[in-house]
Design a protein around this ligand. Structure first.
Ligand SMILES: [Cu+2]
Length: 338
């Protein structure tokens, strides 16, 4: 007898007559019972296969429609948040593609489960025909997952290499220093009112109860250069749909463009110690003119050297463990507090 995928329904033809007494078969029709002439058994089998083909079509048809509708129509976000950077559409697209792929696989699996539950519900003690060592089926369920994984890997690698790309000349470069337990931001080469690039002109340092505010221009490429003097932290602005660890002894960088104005909260996304939960900051994205005004004001502001050291003392008294790192970071502060 020829093996074929989906041939799983029990039939008298599959069960040796000697092994199954007529009483145990119950009401199952035999060749003689069905009235089919002995010579026409092959014709009945072909008809059976045709009806199975129609059933398969009925199962696969709606799935194909679901897949087509999911890709052709306005796609939902599947719970993905709205981002505010130039990478948001790309990341949303990757998420939607992954969700649709998972949904299609889910619908197929659920469909097969419910089909098996209904079609092979217990009617007698005769087992359905068992499929083992069926080469086409085994190739199918080996190849299909490999194709899915390779596809998802390709799209993920493609988008990741795009999102982590660094340009030769970003518009703004910010040094991000995560320390126990706050953040410091240094604007490297602010570039406003300066004839030549200058380093570390403007610094913003968060203090306990007074989170740092990082002001950034809208629609300009911004490079973040991350360092840590103590333990691993993680720079995370949820609306950026991106986070990257801040690791001692290592410089991590990433670049993005914020396309929407507004104030967004930032957090440390790495459990770094006692006051990890207080490591919040704000990113304030403003139009270019407003950003230029901010930079000019800060460049022309007098350096409050005494207030910087006094604020360091107050912050370090709350956590003796943080005192060393906190002092080391704020010792270079020229315009601390925001
Ligand atoms: Cu932390």
């Amino acid at each position: 007898m020829r093996r074929s995928f989906g041939r799983t329904r029990p039939s008298v033809a599959d069960v040796p007559v000697a092994e199954v007494p007529a009483a145990e078969v119950g009401g199952m029709p035999t060749t003689a019972d069905s009235g089919e002439a002995p010579g026409t058994h092959g014709g009945g089998q072909r008809a059976h296969q045709r009806s199975r083909g129609r059933r398969t079509l009925r199962l696969v048809g709606p799935l194909a429609l679901v897949g087509f509708a999911a890709t052709a129509c306005e796609r939902p976000n599947f719970g993905y948040p709205d981002g505010v950077t130039n990478y948001s559409p790309r990341l949303l697209n990757l998420w939607q593609g992954s969700a649709i792929a998972a949904l299609v696989v889910g619908v197929i699996v659920w469909g097969m489960i419910f089909y098996a539950v209904v079609a092979f519900r217990k009617r007698s003690d005769v087992l359905p025909r068992q499929i083992r060592y069926n080469l086409p089926v085994e190739i199918l369920y080996t190849v299909v997952p490999v194709v899915i994984v390779v596809g998802m890997f390709y799209y993920t690698a493609r988008d990741e290499s795009e999102v982590t790309k660094l340009s030769a000349h970003p518009d703004v470069t910010v040094d991000v220093i995560g320390f126990r337990w706050n953040w410091q931001f240094k604007y490297l080469d602010p570039g406003v009112g300066q004839s030549s690039p200058s380093q570390n002109q403007i610094e913003v340092t968060g203090r306990p109860g007074e989170p740092a505010v990082l002001v950034l221009p809208q629609n300009r490429s911004i490079r973040f250069v991350e360092t840590s003097p103590d333990v691993i932290h993680s720079f995370w602005v949820p609306e950026f749909l991106f986070k990257r660890d801040v690791i001692p002894g290592r410089i991590n960088q990433f670049e993005l463009t914020v396309t929407k104005t507004g104030t967004f909260i930032g957090r440390c996304a790495e459990l770094c110690g006692t006051d990890h939960d207080r490591m919040n900051f704000y990113v304030k994205v403003v139009p270019q003119a407003e950003y230029d005004k901010f930079i000019t004001e800060r460049l022309n502001a007098p350096v409050p050297s005494s207030s910087a050291s006094s604020s360091t003392t107050s912050s370090s008294t709350t956590q003796t463990q943080a005192a060393g790192a906190s002092t080391a970071v704020t010792a270079t502060t020229s315009g601390s507090g925001q």
